[in-house]
Design a protein around this ligand. Structure first.
Ligand SMILES: Cc1cc2nc3c(=O)[nH]c(=O)nc-3n(C[C@H](O)[C@H](O)[C@H](O)COP(=O)(O)OP(=O)(O)OC[C@H]3O[C@@H](n4cnc5c(N)ncnc54)[C@H](O)[C@@H]3O)c2cc1C
Length: 509
């Protein structure tokens, strides 16, 4: 290592972001050279929500050496095959955004083009019928495709639901076992280097000082270092994402846990439903300009499917991103770096992206602007792409039953999103650009699901023999259904693979 190498990392905050960073850095950095300390305050606590993920978390598990079943057992986790959207296009409608592809391409033509073409000739079932994850979710079934899985099982793609507090606790135990030092205490002041302006140390209420070379700000919405100290600025996206409040409450499970998240559109926002092994996570995300706090809490409690297991918890936020996610020697992760509402469960993924990119651009104590600028550019691009996909859900509504939906339906959207919708409307074309997170199947699911049907399929699709298309679609559809019918139920799979409490730490306690 050079003299300039980072020797001490201080992570400020012990929520999901802080402990994910700690679990990853403690595995990926040379621990003979780098010390890691994490400061958290029991008095302040964590946001305590954030329980649905997307499939990429498996890559994080791999990076941090986390065995999947162990982590699910420790966090009361379940499997997630996608999201069911209820009442989003119009009241009474539902559709499914599955993980993984729809069908497979034929003669170089995208599956969804074949589907659109066939749908012009005859009434077709929902496109979900051509998704392995979609059909398994509908039947409440699950099987884990191994590395050598063949079609159609290889098209089953999954993520996880888990209890956020148990997940943070699990990562904490692993990090501490790897030598990360946890410091409990409330940070009351921050010292900066007079020459560079870099953060030099933080001071706790009892006077202890914690110094470091690199600070990771995981302090939540306030951004203790990145904003309160460094004034990095916040880009506000609430004109496109008007929801700014949430209220959450767990309830008992009404039956076996479904292998999917449900999002139900409400008059001024939407309600989430996340089934875990031991309870259901619920919450309403809403616009405070259209719904009052007490009315939101009442709406949530009236719509729980089982006995309430806690009082409603209220949260406030502003959709947007920190203008400089990395500033001086501070890199912000999690809520400190910004927040896009949880409609597609992307926040934990953005923590993962931040960690991965920081490791890829890891600085030394000179803190070269080249690394920092590249990090900030990449984070900006990926965040904006996710933002546009989330805005699509609001814009593509046909609901006109409330001021909230009238606003969303008629609002202007970012230019890039507007062009994407227009391109789709004419001949069903979707192009994935750069490092965009959501691919064609995701856009197709939401666009079709919310009733934006292209005028026609593209010429290459109409050139394929219609009998061939018809036959191929039918065979694919049957193959998904037949396989799903032979899978274990989701509950059976969990009982066998990862029942709560079967992780080694719990078992030895
Ligand atoms: C309503 C809602 C629903 C969500 N649902 C999802 C979802 O389904 N999927 C998803 O991916 N994401 C979701 N998220 C986002 C997810 O919850 C967060 O990304 C995740 O929990 C990370 O939070 P955090 O660690 O950044 O912040 P926090 O959990 O707020 O942790 C902040 C930490 O900083 C510490 N701290 C703060 N100030 C000080 C101080 N002065 N001294 C010492 N310590 C301090 C606190 O003690 C705490 O440990 C949701 C968010 C909200 C608001």
């Amino acid at each position: 290592m050079t003299d300039q190498a980072i020797r001490r990392i201080v992570i400020v905050g012990g929520g999901t972001a802080g402990w994910m960073a700690s679990a990853a850095f403690s595995k990926r950095l040379d621990r003979r050279e780098v010390e890691i300390a994490l400061v958290e305050s029991d008095e302040i606590g964590t946001v305590g929500v954030g329980e649905a993920t997307i499939p990429h978390l498996a890559v994080f598990n791999e990076m941090a050496g986390i065995p999947e079943d162990e982590f699910l057992a420790a966090s009361q986790g379940t499997f997630k095959l996608g999201i069911e959207f209820v009442d989003w296009g119009e009241k009474g409608e539902r559709y499914f955004h599955p993980f993984g592809p729809h069908g497979h391409d034929l003669r170089g033509v995208h599956f969804h083009q074949l589907y659109l073409r066939e749908a012009q000739r005859r009434a077709l079932p929902d496109i979900r019928e051509w998704s392995m994850s979609g059909v398994a979710a509908e039947l409440g079934r699950f099987a884990r495709p191994g590395p050598d899985a063949r079609l159609p099982l290889s098209q089953l793609v999954y993520a996880f639901h888990f209890d956020a507090s148990l997940y943070a606790g699990f990562l904490r135990r692993r990090s501490e076992a790897e030598g990360v030092t946890r410091i409990e205490g409330k940070i009351v002041s921050v010292d900066r280097d007079g020459t560079t302006g870099n953060v030099a140390s933080v001071t706790l209420a009892d006077g202890r000082q914690v110094s470091g070379d690199l600070f990771i700000d995981c302090s939540g919405f306030r951004g203790l270092l990145i904003e309160e100290q460094l004034g990095s600025g916040y880009e506000d996206w609430s004109r496109w994402l008007p929801c700014d409040r949430a209220v959450a409450a767990p309830c008992a499970l009404p039956g076996p846990a479904d292998p999917f998240t449900r999002s139900t559109a409400r008059e001024s926002g939407w309600q989430w439903r996340i089934p875990l092994q031991h309870r259901m996570g619920n919450g309403i995300v809403y616009s405070s300009a259209h719904l009052e706090r007490d009315a939101a809490a009442r709406l949530l409690m009236e719509n729980l499917e089982g006995e309430a297991l806690g009082e409603p918890r209220h949260l406030s936020f502003t959709a947007g991103r920190r203008k400089l996610a990395w500033n001086a020697n501070v890199v912000s992760l999690g809520l400190a770096s910004g927040f896009i509402e949880p409609l597609e469960s992307t926040s934990i993924h953005l923590i993962q992206v931040g960690i991965t990119k920081l490791l890829a651009l890891f600085p030394d104590r000179r803190f070269s602007p080249v690394e920092r600028d590249e990090y900030n550019r990449q984070i900006k691009d990926i965040t904006e792409d996710i933002r546009d996909f989330i805005i699509l859900h609001y814009k593509a509504t046909r609901r006109s039953d409330s001021d909230f939906w009238n606003y969303c339906r008629t609002m202007d959207v970012p230019d890039k999103l507007a062009s994407k919708i227009e391109l789709w409307r004419s001949k069903g074309r979707i192009f994935r650009e750069g490092a965009e997170l959501f691919g064609t199947p995701s856009w197709v699911a939401v666009l079709l699901g919310q009733g934006i049907v292209p005028e026609e399929a593209e010429p290459t699709a109409t050139a394929v023999d219609p009998a061939l298309v018809s036959d191929a679609l039918e065979k694919m559809r049957l193959s998904y259904r037949q396989l799903a019918e032979h899978m274990p139920t989701h509950a059976e799979f969990i009982a066998r693979a990862c029942p709560a409490g079967s992780d080694p730490v719990f078992a030895s306690a």
